[in-house]
Design a protein around this ligand. Structure first.
Ligand code: ARG
Length: 459
């Protein structure tokens, strides 16, 4: 094994097991692009401030660009014995440039280096995830437009409650996703401050220009405190929170898709390309994707707990515990992307079985509230109307009838406020159309919220 970077202070090579235990290159190697981006900004600043010569700065930048190209093309592979991606790239630079390469780390520590790398890396990931969340929201808005008249039961306690439409239901998820988008952009905004120049913890004695590196890397400003600069991982927690909520939304939707596919509901049929069969039961068509999403939600929540637990007892400033941030937040990011990429085409291709939705809405006394409201509109206090309707429902259950098929005599036996027009008032279409309060399921009300959502999505 080659000498470690810190060999001067030590009289022995590090134990091979310890080196493997300590090494993070297996999981932080994916930040190579951002590490090089940060190093180029740092080398530029060192040259401009006269901390290293202009020629050395240019040579370092050229060397870093070549290393980047070689990693991209596969010509340069990571050394699994390297301690981390930062050490690997610096060692490779020195291998290629000799003494000049050794000047790159002037006035810098891996502590501010890794802090800047993760921020740059996650900034790109947030942009990609936001694009996917937006794509899902747009998919749902477009489906909603097709289904403003598709009546289905709305549930509370998973009991049929009141009639809604599929559009109304889908739009509920659009608003969750719009909040997810806000949370992501809010996290990105708060994360976008530059720790570079914090050094190991206590800044540096060189006359650096932190504003310059911050500007070069597209940050809002340098972080004002060097201790905070190297020990802050709040943004990982914040991002994981946002990701956990995205997963929670996908998971709730997945649970509904799972139910909707069952023979008990049969509201939808998944496209064959997005379902799986059974190894033994020939009739099966299973919604595995949605079950995996529901399962992976637990895993992303686990990542959040990992981050919070890792941070909670750490004294300032850097501690090696913080190396554990990466596997957690990368796992969360990877899984959210994977889930979104699979969920979007699955939803976009599923077949909606409108008749089954409507039939389900026609049973279960979903119009009972409307029946009570009919009496209220004729002057009866709501609680009395509620009681009478409850009695009528009980009669229907006993006679195996619905409110639509219960004879008018039975209605009028309860109160003569009931007349023939009750059947019109409790018809499924009326029940939906009349729920035109803002945010409600009537086709007009849903079209209004679709318009608002389209504006929010800049469509
Ligand atoms: N691999 C380390 C990490 O991910 C980089 C920072 C190392 N700093 C140190 N002082 N050992 O946290």
């Amino acid at each position: 094994m080659a000498d470690m970077m810190w060999a001067g202070r030590f009289s022995k090579q590090v134990d091979a097991g310890v080196n493997a235990f300590n090494s993070s290159i297996a999981f932080d190697g994916r930040m190579y692009r951002h590490d090089i981006q940060g190093s180029i900004a740092h080398a530029t600043m060192l040259g401009d401030c006269g901390i290293i010569s202009k020629e050395d700065s240019l040579e370092i930048i050229g060397g870093l660009k070549e290393i980047l190209a070689d990693i991209d093309s596969g010509a340069l592979e990571f050394d699994p014995n390297a301690e981390d991606i930062h050490m690997f790239i610096e060692a490779e630079l020195t291998k290629r440039l000799g003494d000049v390469g050794k000047r790159l780390h002037t006035s810098r520590s891996r502590n501010d280096q890794v802090a800047v790398d993760i921020r740059l890396y996650l900034r790109d990931e947030i942009a990609e995830i936001s694009g996917l969340v937006k794509k899902l929201a747009v998919t749902l808005v477009n489906m909603a437009k097709e289904h403003t008249e598709t009546v289905m039961p709305g549930y509370t306690h998973l009991q049929r409650a009141q009639p809604i439409t599929l559009a109304h239901h889908l739009m509920a998820y659009v608003w969750m996703l719009l909040r997810d988008l806000e949370r992501l952009s809010d996290t990105a905004k708060r994360m976008n401050y530059c720790p570079l120049g914090s050094g190991a913890l206590a800044g540096t004695t060189y006359k650096t220009n932190r504003q310059q590196t911050s500007d070069l890397l597209g940050f809002t400003a340098p972080m004002p405190n060097s201790l905070d600069g190297v020990s802050d991982r709040d943004f990982c927690v914040e991002l994981n929170c946002a990701l956990s909520l995205i997963m929670t939304h996908l998971s709730r939707f997945s649970e509904e898709v799972i139910m909707w596919c069952s023979w008990e509901f049969k509201f939808i049929e998944l496209d064959d390309a997005f379902a799986t069969g059974s190894s033994i039961m020939p009739q099966k068509k299973n919604p595995d994707i949605t079950e995996l999403i529901r399962g992976k939600t637990g895993r992303v929540n686990g990542d959040l707990v990992t981050l919070l637990s890792m941070l909670k007892g750490l004294p300032l400033a850097y501690n090696k515990d913080m190396q554990e941030d990466k596997e957690a937040i990368f796992d969360a990011v990877d899984n959210v992307k994977l889930c979104l990429k699979t969920f979007i085409p699955m939803i976009a291709t599923m077949k909606v079985l409108k008749d089954n939705m409507r039939n389900a809405a026609a049973r279960g006394f979903i119009n009972a509230t409307d029946c009570a409201d009919y009496l209220v509109k004729k002057g009866m206090p709501f609680r009395d109307a509620y009681k009478i309707t409850g009695t009528l429902v009980a009669q229907c259950i006993e006679k195996n009838l619905t409110l639509e098929t219960l004879p008018i005599e039975d209605y009028r036996a309860m109160t003569d406020l009931f007349t023939e027009d009750v059947y019109e008032a409790i018809s499924l279409d009326t029940c939906v159309k009349e729920r035109k309060s803002e945010g409600g399921p009537s086709p007009d009300a849903v079209k209004q919220q679709i318009e608002i959502a389209e504006k929010a999505l800049e469509l």
